[in-house]
Ligand binder design. Structure first.
Ligand SMILES: [Zn+2]
Length: 156
C-alpha cells in the first residue's frame, strides 16, 4: 500500500530523490511535476491509495485529471484479497495514466450506501467526476486495464 496522504488540494507524495514531501494537485495528476526542493521529476502514485474519509473520496473523484479506479472491498472478503495484488499491478503499470483507490465498505459504509454497492469486490471507474463503468467480482490485472481502456474510449 502506498504511503500517500491526501489533503483538500491533492496527494502528498515523498520525493524519491530527496524525501521532501510534495503535493500533486488533483487537477494535475497526469502532468509531469518536479520536486520543489531538488527539482527531480516526481513519480506518479504507483500503488493503490487507501481512503479513510468520505471527503477524500469526493475530492479525488471530483477533481482528478486522471481516471480513478475505485475498489470497494472489506477485510473479511476472500475474493477481495485475490483482487488486491491485481490492483497493485494495475496501479504500478498504469502510474501517471490512472489512479487506484481503495474504499473499505465497512469503514466508509456511507459510500457503499450512496453507490448502492451490493457485493464486493466491486470496481467502479470514475472520469471527470462521474461513474462511467462498474464491474463486480475479482479479475486479473490485464482484464482490469482492458476494462478501463474500453470505458474511457467509449466516453470520448
Ligand atoms: Zn526532491
Amino acid at each position: 500500500m502506498a504511503n500517500i496522504e491526501l489533503d483538500e488540494k491533492g496527494l502528498i507524495v515523498a520525493c524519491g530523490a530527496c524525501g521532501k514531501k510534495n503535493r500533486l494537485a488533483y487537477e494535475k495528476l497526469g502532468d509531469a511535476v518536479r520536486c520543489g526542493q531538488c527539482k527531480q521529476p516526481l513519480t506518479a502514485p504507483g500503488a493503490p491509495i487507501e481512503l479513510h474519509r468520505t471527503e477524500d473520496f469526493d475530492r479525488v473523484v471530483a477533481k482528478s485529471s486522471l481516471p480513478v479506479v475505485v475498489d470497494y472491498w472489506a477485510p473479511w472478503c476472500g475474493p477481495c484479497r485475490m483482487v488486491a495484488p491485481e490492483l497493485q499491478k494495475v496501479a504500478t503499470r498504469q502510474a501517471g495514466r490512472m489512479i487506484v483507490v481503495k474504499v473499505n465498505t465497512d469503514e466508509l459504509s456511507d459510500l457503499g450506501e450512496r453507490f448502492n454497492i451490493r457485493s464486493i469486490p466491486t470496481l467502479a471507474l470514475f472520469a471527470n467526476g462521474r461513474e462511467i463503468a462498474r464491474s463486480s467480482g475479482a479479475r486479473p490485472a490485464s482484464d482490469i486495464e482492458a476494462w478501463v481502456e474500453q470505458a474511457t474510449q467509449v466516453r470520448t
